[in-house]
Ligand binder design. Structure first.
Ligand code: BGC
Length: 243
């Protein structure tokens, strides 16, 4: 039996530190529109970001609802921090309402790693997702359900700084492939001991730079897979919003 929500199309937007990506997906996660991306504007103020999104999707076909992942701490659709875009520019911005008011459809906004994670997980057991991009994103799932977001990125990892500083894109360019890979390996070993995940997924733009062998329960995933989290977020609407 199908109900009308089975046919809903979701505009899925992944807001990153370097690029904004968007696509439209059906409820099964199949793309209705080819994935498009544009550089994240600088300064990445709410106004500039909304304009960049409007421009990016101007030729997109119709959609029914919106999902967006934002690179910072988001609670009930409101941004509290935006470490890589500017917390001063964003704090207390109700991005969920802003997207709804601008684009005229209901929106759900969560942390970017949470949304990407929804797109890549299998839905079984305790799954952890990390993203290696501008910053270090993390998300946790139990039997497919999104668990509360932790800003693990800002937990000090070593005397070299937080996970963000230790593994982020800036560090990658400063120390180069070999040293960065050694750091990633060290972090994965710690995560394995601390979290005892059943499965770990590694996404984000720099995940393709990993050059060492991963355990059987660790897998590299793409941003294209991650953006499929958009429709899944709507399917889990209630639990995601903490209602
Ligand atoms: C932010 C996280 C975000 C991650 C990846 C970190 O700097 O604190 O909220 O998920 O970057 O974008």
């Amino acid at each position: 039996m199908h109900n009308s929500s089975d046919h809903k199309k979701t505009l899925s937007i992944d807001i990153g530190g370097s690029h904004i990506k968007a696509t439209i997906l059906d409820q099964e996660g199949n793309s209705v529109k080819e994935y498009e991306k544009t550089p994240t504007p600088s300064p990445a103020s709410p106004e500039n970001l909304i304009n960049a999104i409007k421009n990016l999707i101007k030729d997109f076909p119709p959609y029914d609802q919106i999902s967006a992942g934002f690179p910072g701490y988001v609670k009930n659709g409101t941004v509290f921090t935006a470490p890589n875009l500017g917390t001063d520019l964003w704090a207390k911005t109700d991005l969920q309402k802003l997207l709804k008011d601008t684009l005229g459809k209901n929106a759900i906004v969560v942390n970017d790693a949470d949304m990407q994670g929804m797109g890549v997980i299998d839905g079984k057991g305790f799954e952890m997702v990390i993203t290696l991009g501008t910053g270090f994103g993390t998300a946790f799932f139990k039997d497919g359900f999104l668990l509360p977001h932790l800003e693990l990125a800002h937990h000090p990892f070593s005397k070299k700084g937080t996970y963000d500083e230790y593994l982020g894109d800036k560090a990658y360019h400063e120390i180069g492939d070999d040293r960065w890979n050694k750091r990633v390996k060290k972090v994965i070993d710690v995560l394995k001991t601390v979290f005892n995940y059943d499965f770990l997924y590694i996404g984000g733009g720099n995940s393709s730079e990993i050059d060492f062998k991963l355990d059987d329960n660790v897998k590299i995933v793409s941003n294209r897979q991650g953006i499929k989290g958009g429709p899944r977020l709507w399917q889990q609407n209630e639990s995601v919003l903490g209602k």
